[in-house]
Design a protein. Sequence first.
Length: 347
Amino acid sequence: MSSCSKVLVVGGGLTAAVTAHKLADTLSQGTVTVWDKARGAGGRMTTSRSPGNPQCKVDLGAQYVSASPANQKLHEVFYQDLVSSGTLVHFDTQGITGFRQGEPGTKHYYAPDGMASIVKHFFKRSGIDVEFNQRITDVSKSDGKWKVTTEKGLEDCFDAVVLTLPVPQVLDLQGDISTIIRGDSHLHNKLQNVDYSARFALGFFYDEPVDLGVNWTSNYVSNHPIFRFVAIDNLKRGDKAGPTSVIAHTSVPFGIKHIEKTPDSMKSTLTNSLQEMYPDWPEPANVKCLKWKFSQVSKSYEGSPGSLVINKEPQLILAGDGFAATSNFDGCLHSATSAAANVVNAF
C-alpha cells in the first residue's frame, strides 16, 4: 500500500473495531479512518450508564460471550488478548436459570466493565480516534476513489471502504453504491434475503446496592408474553458490591409486532410489565428503553463468506455478522478477519 492510501471503516461495533485493529497493524503505511453514527463505541454490544450514577450500568445488547472449542482455537489470539487484559473473565453458568449449555467444552465469559469495553479494547488497540455522530448517506466514485458523505456534510475520499452496517441500512445508502447493488439483480436479491430479529431492551438503574431477593444472576423466561431474558446486570458482570442494575429483553415475536413503535412509547408498557413480574422490587432511580431493530441475524448472506467485495477498484466491502455463519462474537471476528484480509490483498 502506498503512503497516500486511505481506508474508511464504517461502524462502531465489534466487526468495525476488530477490522480497524487488524488494518492498523497490517497497513503501517496507510491511513485508517473510522466513522460511526452512534455517540459512542459498542454497536450491539452497547453498555449504558445511569444519569444518576455512572458506575451503575447495564449491557443493553449482547450479555456475555460463549466460545465453542472450535472457535476457542480459531480465535485463540483474540481470546488470549481479552482475558489477559481483564476485558473478559471466564465464568460458570450456575447462576443462570434456563440456560442451554450447548456444545461440550464451550467456555463462557463476561465483561466486568460491560460488553462495550470489548469493542473499546480493539479500537484502543488500533490507535484510531473514531469520529462518532457521523451517519453516512452517500457512497460514490470520484477520480478512482470512494467519496463518502455523511448526514452532517462531512466528506472525504478513500481508496477502500468497509461497511459494517446492518444490510438493510446498506441498501438505504445513496450514490454509486446503490447503482452497483441494484444493477446486479443476483447480488441485490441475496442482500435483500438477509434477515434480522428485533426486540426491545429495558434497563433499570437503582444507582446504589439493592437486594432484589432473587437467587439467580440471569433468568431465561419461557412463559411470559413479553419478556424472554432478565438479568441482575451488576451480578452478571461479577460486581456484587456495586450499584444494582437490571436488564430485560423482550421476545423476538413481541419485538417484531411492535417494531414500528418508538422506545419512548413502549417504555411505560415494558416497565409496568417487568414490575408485575417482580412486584417486590423497588422503583428504580432511572429507566432506559432501547429498540433493537436489527438485533441478531436470523438469515445470513448466502454462503456466509465473512465479508463481500462488491466493487474491486476502488474496493468496496460489506461486512458484519450478516455475512457470517453465526450472529455472535465469533461471527463478528470471522467477518472482521475476512474484511481486513480483503483490504490487504487489494494492495
